[in-house]
Design a protein around this ligand. Structure first.
Ligand code: C5P
Length: 219
């Protein structure tokens, strides 16, 4: 019997993005990349050809997975779009929503007489929404939504607005799953259905998520 994702190409994004301010400073976030990398490993274990586009993370690349390292949201977008076509895109990266309008070529200095610094930030491209509306759109596009409240309401909003097939939502905040942890719980929503995965180790939740992806791909 062949594996459920044999012959399928799965593209996964993981980790944070770092948006440079000057040669020594950046704006980042607390994403460890563990969930996305566990998803990549789980897809590989189910027989898929897996490409992982990773922001700056300190997690080993799973065996058999091809990894492309990037730093900024703009670089992540380029790498992801450059890897299409794929059967599945799973956007697990915590992409920065804003980036400095310009990167200073020199280290910003404190100036005498001023206690403030104003940074102008501009929106980054929404990679997930772009993949979901791309001419070479994967058959299944999966997003993540980290929410502090009204999880289903916001997750279903993103499912519709970004034209996704599945969205994996988790509650983040004190004592909850999510960033910087080894365990997680997700509720996955799609048009007309939902399934709760975990709470369990991220590796187990990732395996359950990828099994659901394989199911929806066949269905
Ligand atoms: O809208 P929000 O940022 O909460 O959506 C999260 C989902 O969108 C994640 O799957 C994330 O990878 C993706 N995303 C993206 N590009 C952005 C912002 C978010 O692909 N600029």
């Amino acid at each position: 019997m062949s594996l459920p994702l044999a012959g399928r190409r799965v593209l996964v994004s993981a980790g944070p993005t770092f948006e440079d301010i000057d040669p020594v400073r950046f704006i980042g976030n607390r994403s460890s990349g563990k969930m996305g990398i566990a998803v990549a490993a789980a897809a590989q274990a189910l027989g898929a050809e897996v490409v992982l586009v990773a922001g700056p993370v300190h997690v080993a690349t799973p065996d058999g997975v091809r990894r492309i390292d990037v730093r900024s949201a703009a670089q992540m977008r380029e790498a992801v779009l450059g890897e299409l076509p794929a059967d599945v895109y799973i956007g697990a990266a915590a992409v920065a929503d804003f980036t400095p309008r310009s990167v200073s070529g020199h280290k910003l200095k404190k100036t005498a007489g001023s206690d403030t610094l104003v940074l102008e930030l501009v929106r980054t491209p929404d990679i997930l929404a772009e993949v979901a509306t791309h001419p070479r759109r994967p058959s299944l596009v999966v997003g993540f939504a980290a929410e502090t409240h009204d999880v289903e309401h916001y997750a279903r909003g993103k499912l519709a607005n970004k034209k996704l097939d599945l969205i994996a939502a988790n509650l983040v905040g004190a004592a909850e799953g999510g960033f910087e942890r080894d365990d997680n719980a997700l509720t996955v929503y799609w048009a007309g259905g939902e399934r709760t995965l975990g709470p369990a180790a991220k590796t187990l939740v990732a395996a359950q998520l990828v099994a659901l992806v394989a199911e929806r791909l066949d269905g």
